[in-house]
Structure formats: C-alpha cells, structure tokens
Design a protein around this ligand. Structure first.
Ligand code: FES
Length: 158
C-alpha cells in the first residue's frame, strides 16, 4: 500500500492507504476520528463534511491519496478539552442539536462560512448549509445557532 502524509487538524499523519480509500474511511477507521459521520456515502447528505483548504467538502467522496499537501480540518480540531468551539456552544444553546447525526458536518459547513464571512445573512447561511441534510430540526434553529456564533465570534456580547 502506498504511504502518504496527511495534515489533519495541524498534525501530520503518516498513513498507508489503499489506492481508492476515502478520507472518511481513513479518518474513522485508521485515525479513530469518528466525528465525520457516514451518511449517504455519495456526497449528497453532508454528514461527513470536513474542511479541506478552507472549503467544506464531503469526505466520503474524497480519495485520501489525492489530499497530500492539503490542510484538512475535522470537528475534533475545533474544541479543546476545556472549551467547545463557539459554534458548538451555539448549536447546543439554541437547540440546533436533536438526534445529532448531522451536527458535525453542519458545524464544519458553518465554520467554513464564518472563516471567510464573519457576519453572514440568512440567505448566505442557508447557501452554506445547502449540502447538509437535517431530518430533525427544520433548519430554523441551525440558522439561529450560526447567527449566534457569528455574533459572538465577532465580539458580540450575547
Ligand atoms: Fe437529527 Fe439534524 S439533528 S439530522
């Protein structure tokens, strides 16, 4: 098996991967980073989203060996043992987490948006999570959560 180096959450991992192994499989089965969830496995539901070079991407359709030299961020990289990321806190506080299956992917899409647009409007938020399916919340609380996180991350007081 070819050996590759992947940069995930600012750490380099030396890995032996199958030629067609997906990033989702590498994350979950080789690195025990199980935040990205297997959903449709066809790149349509967003449960497996991670950020690659600043863009939210479905890790189930990304071939791991093609990601050498890219900066990969997963939900595990967002929080510290002491503190959740403000987006994670906002999701909990607004009731945007129900069954939770979509939540890591949804949060990674939200982070990719807020990293480049700290003050998005509703339309921009909906466009950013367009590729993330949630069967529970009806999306309203998710939009509220992303707005609350944006407000706090840009220095707002609530
Ligand atoms: Fe259940 Fe979104 S919280 S799918």
């Amino acid at each position: 098996m070819p050996q590759i180096v992947l940069n995930i959450n600012s750490e380099d991992y030396i890995l032996e991967v199958e030629g067609n192994e997906t990033l989702l499989t590498v994350l979950r089965e080789r690195l025990d980073l199980t935040g990205a969830k297997p959903g449709c496995l066809t790149g349509d539901c967003g449960a497996c989203k991670v950020i690659i070079d600043g863009k939210a991407e479905n890790s189930c359709v990304k071939i791991a060996k093609n990601l050498v030299g890219k900066k990969i961020e997963t939900i595990e990289g967002l929080s510290t043992p002491e503190r959740l990321h403000p987006i994670q806190e906002a999701f909990i506080e607004t009731g945007a987490v129900q069954c939770g299956y979509c939540t890591p992917g949804m949060i990674m899409s939200a982070k990719a948006l807020l990293d480049v647009d700290p003050n998005p409007n509703d339309e921009e938020i909906l466009a950013a999570i367009d590729g993330n399916i949630c069967r529970c919340t009806g999306y309203v609380k998710i939009v509220d959560a992303i707005k609350l996180a944006a407000h706090r991350m840009s220095g707002g007081d609530q």
